[in-house]
Design a protein around this ligand. Structure first.
Ligand code: SAH
Length: 214
């Protein structure tokens, strides 16, 4: 099937399943070509609602999971967003599509993924700054962030990331066990610097490693 047609079918499925709730998330899924972000041997599965291997034991999440995460992240144009776990780069490009004139910075710890993905993002013409390093330490230079989105399973919200979050900003992560299930959790930073948290659904992500990870 043609990628454009497959992409439209996926969007219909995500809308009818209640995964996509907003026009902005819908338009991002319609605009970003998922087939460009998966390894060549999985290109024909790009628009199936399943996670796919991207090398180095890592995965690109299933589209429905990505849609849920983007919706709870409450993204609007102009926001400054930090993503931890660039992986394939697909989610970073969806975020960039939504925030438009805002800023997206994404950190990856595995060099081979970082190098491959940086090229793909460039080819897609999306405005994403990619950084190689330990994302649990954040990226002080770009702080404060309106949103920090961790796309790997975290034991809890890393302290440096809470510090780099703007007042009123949101931090989103699958929080829980290293293997097995986590709960998709959103923390909103209050005036006193503490977090008010909301827990959404169960999910299963690859682990967040590093200083404040597993
Ligand atoms: N957002 C990605 C999902 C990738 S899976 C996508 O759209 O494809 C999670 C990624 O987090 C993996 O690539 C893994 O290497 C990375 N990761 C794990 N711990 C990390 C850390 N401390 N800093 C940066 N990246 C990390």
């Amino acid at each position: 099937m043609e990628p454009d047609k497959a992409r439209r079918q996926l969007v219909d499925y995500l809308l009818s399943g209640g995964y996509i709730l907003s026009r902005r998330v819908q338009e991002a899924f319609e605009s970003v070509p998922r087939e460009k972000f998966v390894p060549e041997e999985y290109e024909n599965k790009s628009y199936n609602d399943i996670p796919l291997p991207i090398g180095e034991g890592q995965t690109i999440s299933a589209p429905s999971m990505i849609a849920i995460m983007l919706e709870v992240s409450d993204l609007v144009p102009g926001l400054r967003v930090l993503e931890i776990g660039t992986g394939s780069g697909y989610n970073a490009c969806l975020i960039a599509n939504i925030v438009g004139d805002g800023f997206v910075t994404s950190i990856e710890r595995i060099e081979s993924l970082f190098l491959r993905t940086r090229q793909i993002i460039e080819n897609c013409g999306q405005k994403v700054i990619t950084i190689l390093g330990d994302g649990t330490l954040g990226w002080e230079k770009g702080a404060p962030y309106d949103r920090i989105i961790i796309t790997a399973a975290a034991p809890n919200f890393p302290q440096p990331l809470i510090q780099q979050l703007a007042c009123g900003g949101k931090i989103i992560a699958p929080v829980g066990a290293r293997s097995g299930l986590q709960m998709l959790t959103v923390g909103t930073k209050l005036k006193d610097g503490s977090l008010s948290t909301n827990v959404y659904c169960a999910c299963a992500f690859v682990p967040l490693l590093g200083t404040h990870g597993f």
